[in-house]
Design a protein around this ligand. Structure first.
Ligand code: PA5
Length: 401
C-alpha cells in the first residue's frame, strides 16, 4: 500500500491453516461476525447513511452529541481526533458516568444540537444514563438512535417517532466503526466519509491477500504472535504523532477485548512519542523484555517549522539550529529504533504518508484484520466479550436492589 508502509521481521512462514482462513474471509455470510469486512462495500447501507447524514447536516446543528461507549464510540472518537483539524464541525463525546463532564457538555449544547445515541444492545447503563440526562434537558432536540433492529432502544425510538439507524446484526461493537455507528456522526460533522471508505476498501483488499509478503495485517499479526510465544505478552503501539493518540486507544480496545479470553491475551499499551520517551523510555529500554512494539509515524506533517538560530540556540544544542521539526522528529524516531535494535527489543514499523481520511481508514481496516488473524492464531473467538457482559449483568443486579 502506497499510503501505508509497513515493515516487520518475521522468522516463520504463515501456517497453512492461517492462509486457508485468510482465503475463507473473501466470502463471509451476513450472519457471521466477520461480515464487518464487507460493510464498507454494502452500497445499500452506505446510501442510507449518506442520505440521513446529509439530511441532518442540512439542519445545520451547532454540534453533534455522541452518546455511546466502547465499540459504540471509540472508532468515531479516534477518527474525529485525527481529522478534526481539517475543519470538521464539533462532536461532543459522552461515554462514562461523570457528572462534571456532563455539566460541561450540557453547557455546550443548544436547541440545534443533534443528539446521537449509539448502543448495539440498547441497554448499556452508561449510555442510557447519559442519554436520559441530556434528553431531559433538551427534550425538543433532533435525536437519532443507532442500534440493533428490534433492540429495546430501537423500539423506544420507534415509539417516540425518533430516527433509528440499524447496525448489521452480526457485526460487533468494535468492528462496527464503518457502519452507521462511526460513519453517521462523522459525516454530520463534515468528515469526508467517502474518502475514508476508499481507504478502508483499499486496505481491506490488500489485507485479504494470501501472499503474506504483500499483506501487512497478516505479517503484523504473525510478528506479534511470534513474539507473544517468546514471552513478549505486552503489545505497545508507540505513536510518534500526538493527534493519533485516540487511534491508539481504539487499537487498544481491539486487541484487549477481542483477544483477552480463555486465560490468553496480549496486553495492549499506547505510548506517545516523543513525550513518553521521557516517562516510560527508561522502562522500555532498560526494564523487562516483555514487549513487542509497533512504531507508528507520519511522513508528511503539512506545517513544518524550521528551528531558528536567531537566539544562538546552537550554544545549547549544537546541530539543532536550522533543522526542520520533521528532521528532529525523524532523528529521534530513528534513534529510538537504533536503541531498540541494540538492546534486541523486537519491533515493527508503520509509516502513514500523511494524516488523511484515506490513510486513517486504511490503518484502522488493517488493524481490524490483524486482530482477526491474531484471534485465529491464539485460537480464541475475537468477536465476543463475555467478561464485559458479566460486569454489565452484575451492575444491573446491583441497580435493581
Ligand atoms: O466492542 C464491543 O462490543 C463493546 O465495547 C461494546 O461496544 C460496549 O460494551 C458498548 O455496548 P453497546 O454498544 O451494546 O452499548
Amino acid at each position: 500500500m502506497q499510503d501505508l508502509k509497513f515493515s516487520a521481521e518475521v522468522k516463520s512462514a504463515p501456517p497453512k491453516a492461517l492462509l486457508d482462513y485468510v482465503k475463507s474471509l473473501k466470502t463471509v455470510p451476513a450472519d457471521d461476525p466477520r461480515s464487518f469486512i464487507q460493510a464498507s462495500s454494502d452500497e445499500k447501507m452506505m446510501a442510507v447513511i449518506f442520505e440521513a447524514a446529509n439530511r441532518y447536516r442540512g439542519f445545520n446543528p451547532k454540534n453533534v452529541v455522541l452518546i455511546g461507549i466502547g465499540g459504540s464510540n471509540l472508532g468515531a472518537l479516534a477518527i474525529y481526533s485525527a481529522l478534526k483539524q481539517k475543519g470538521a464541525g464539533e462532536i461532543l463525546f459522552v461515554d462514562t458516568i461523570d457528572s462534571r463532564n456532563l455539566e460541561r457538555i450540557l453547557g455546550k449544547i443548544d436547541k440545534t444540537s443533534l443528539i446521537v445515541i449509539v448502543s448495539k444492545s440498547g441497554t448499556t447503563a452508561e449510555t442510557i444514563a447519559n442519554a436520559a440526562a441530556i434528553l431531559d434537558r433538551f427534550p425538543g432536540n433532533k435525536a437519532v438512535a443507532i442500534t440493533d433492529a428490534g433492540s429495546k432502544l430501537w423500539r423506544w425510538a420507534e415509539k417516540r417517532g425518533l430516527e433509528h439507524l440499524e447496525i448489521p446484526k452480526a457485526v460487533g461493537g468494535r468492528f462496527s466503526t464503518f457502519t452507521a455507528v462511526g460513519l453517521f456522526p462523522l459525516a454530520v460533522a463534515g468528515i469526508d466519509i467517502k474518502k475514508l471508505i476508499i481507504g478502508v476498501k483499499k486496505a481491506t483488499d490488500v489485507c485479504l491477500l494470501e501472499d503474506s509478503s504483500q499483506n501487512p495485517a497478516l505479517v503484523s499479526a504473525l510478528a506479534i504472535y511470534e513474539n507473544y510465544k517468546k514471552g513478549q505478552t505486552i503489545y505497545d503501539l508507540f505513536i510518534f504523532e500526538p493527534d493519533l493518540e485516540m487511534i491508539g486507544k481504539y487499537c487498544r480496545q481491539l486487541i484487549g477485548e477481542s483477544l483477552g479470553k480463555d486465560g490468553k491475551g496480549i496486553t495492549p499499551t499506547v505510548s506517545i512519542g516523543t513525550a513518553d520517551l521521557h516517562s516510560v523510555g527508561q522502562l522500555y529500554l532498560g526494564g523487562p523484555k516483555d514487549k513487542f512494539t509497533t512504531f507508528l509515524s507520519v511522513k508528511n506533517h503539512g506545517a513544518d517549522f524550521v528551528i531558528p538560530n536567531k537566539t544562538s540556540i546552537a550554544e545549547l544544542v549544537p546541530d539543532l539550529a536550522e533543522k526542520k521539526f520533521s528532521e528532529a522528529l525523524a532523528a529521534t524516531l530513528n534513534g529510538v529504533k537504533a536503541a531498540y535494535r541494540k538492546k534486541d527489543l523486537p519491533f515493527s514499523a508503520i509509516e502513514l504518508a500523511e494524516i488523511s481520511e484515506g490513510t486513517i481508514g486504511a490503518f484502522l481496516a488493517m488493524k481490524m484484520l490483524e486482530t482477526v488473524y491474531l484471534g485465529k492464531l491464539l485460537n480464541v473467538n475475537a468477536f465476543d466479550q463475555p467478561a464485559v457482559e458479566s460486569y454489565k449483568e452484575e451492575t444491573r443486579k446491583l441497580l435493581s436492589k
